[in-house]
Ligand binder design. Structure first.
Ligand SMILES: [Zn+2]
Length: 436
């Protein structure tokens, strides 16, 4: 009873409504002096840092780290004049964290809320968390807290004794009865993973990850996209969804998967990147004059080889003794080019040693060739190459802040974009904006 009389006294002093506060708030917590708020309330963190329901759930006390709004029974139990907050159910002992940066203005016991903490943010909003099982030590009134910092554990103290453990959470501008329904703000930060600090999102070309870390996609020639595949950096030359091979430049092939690109150097295999009706692929330089037609060629060292209809090189073999390679055929020098085709096994080997590979590759593991085993079978000696043969791409750890910031995607956008940038810098070419 003392509580209500005090409340009335305070309410009269403040000149505000005399409607009674709800069952979770002790009128003694009312502020004697209330400064006007200077901005809208905003939560940085969901206050229950563990499995919970998403607000009042009277049908099923199911606790999860679930994405919203899939959990249909969640709803607000904010009722003006009766319940100025939301009850969030969870297991007793679940960590309760500060939902905002601010200052602790109340901490300890009151008979209604039980163990309770009130945090005031820089704009003058009050965030009231009660029925706690415990309050974290070392957080006296006046202490600063950061959003996400643990302030206690979930319980059912005060007048919640005998109920299922829950957090009562209110947001008010100093006067409790002027509180707002916290439900939409809670939902906005209930991002589907317990302990997740931020909901991944785009801010222009900047990507913000689950750890609230930021990365500038634009620094990697990419944009930030947020679609059915999630929040990530998508390379500008790639479709944001789907797989596609592209030519980054004459030497570099890219393999796009949902906006992420992994790159390989065609030049490492004596090839150029060609993008025509048959798609982007590496075409061996000796086949580059007819990249879409199967034909035989003579290599500079006198060997004969076959160019596939994708521009890959197969069947490299020396001409039989007494013959030499001319215009793709092994001929005896005296017969004027009549040709004695020294078949080297025909077309059976197609695919082996074909750097362009099948455009249906899409392995997603950083192999833009779609046919790495075949690529590995190229004999660099036979190509007159220096033998410096590598897999198309080598991961470069930490090359991209995007990945640290939570970018997703097969192959990872991080290292591949880093390689790409390096390649572009070497090429000193502008980033071509053309989409293929
Ligand atoms: Zn409540």
């Amino acid at each position: 009873m003392r509580v209500w009389s005090l409340l009335v006294v305070f309410a009269l002093l403040l000149g505000c409504s005399t409607s009674p506060v709800d069952h979770a708030f002790d009128g003694e917590d009312s502020e004697e002096v209330v400064e006007p708020v200077t901005c809208s309330p905003a939560l940085k963190r969901y206050p229950v840092n563990g499995p919970h329901n998403g607000g009042w759930d009277k049908n099923a006390l199911t606790y999860a780290c679930h994405p919203h709004p899939s959990h249909a029974p969640d709803n607000s139990d904010f009722i003006k004049g009766d319940h100025y907050g939301n009850d969030i159910f969870g297991a007793k002992g679940t960590p309760i964290v500060a939902p905002v940066d601010g200052t602790i203005v109340k901490s300890g016991w009151n008979n209604v809320g039980g163990w309770r903490v009130t945090v005031r943010d820089g704009c003058g909003w009050y965030y009231y968390l009660c029925h706690l099982d415990t309050i974290t030590g070392g957080l006296p009134v006046g202490a600063s807290v950061k959003a996400g910092q643990q302030i206690g554990t979930l319980g059912n103290t005060g007048n919640a004794q005998g109920t299922s453990p829950h957090l009562h959470f209110s947001i008010y501008p100093g006067v409790y009865e002027q509180g707002i329904d916290p439900f939409p703000l809670l939902q906005a930060v209930d991002v589907g993973a317990c302990g997740q600090a931020c909901k991944p999102h785009c801010e222009g070309s900047t990507i913000v990850g689950a750890d609230c870390g930021k990365g500038n996609c634009a620094a990697y020639g990419a944009t930030c996209v947020d679609d059915a595949k999630g929040v990530r950096c998508a390379f500008g030359m790639c479709p944001t969804i789907g797989s596609k091979k592209i030519c980054i430049d004459k030497e570099t092939i890219g393999d796009c998967h949902d906006g992420a690109v992994s790159t390989g150097k065609c030049s490492a295999f004596g090839a150029n990147c060609v993008d025509d009706a048959k798609g982007a692929r590496c075409v061996v330089v000796f086949c580059a004059d007819q990249p879409t037609t199967a034909h035989d060629v003579c290599l500079p060292d006198g060997q004969r080889a076959h160019c596939t209809d994708l521009g890959g090189l197969t069947d490299v073999a020396p001409c039989p003794s007494g013959t030499s390679c001319e215009s793709g055929s092994c001929v005896t020098p005296s017969d004027g080019g009549g040709g004695s085709p020294s078949s080297s096994g025909g077309e059976g080997g197609a695919g082996a040693g074909e750097p362009g590979g099948s455009s249906a590759g899409g392995s997603g593991n950083g192999d833009p060739w779609g046919n790495t085993p075949g690529a590995d079978e190229i004999d660099p000696t036979a190509l007159g190459h220096d033998g410096h043969q590598h897999p198309p791409a080598t991961p470069v750890e930490g090359a991209c802040a995007c990945r640290a910031a939570g970018a997703r995607g097969p192959g990872g956008v991080g290292w591949s974009l880093g390689l790409l940038v390096a390649a572009l810098l070497r090429r000193r070419r502008p980033l071509v904006a053309a989409q293929h």
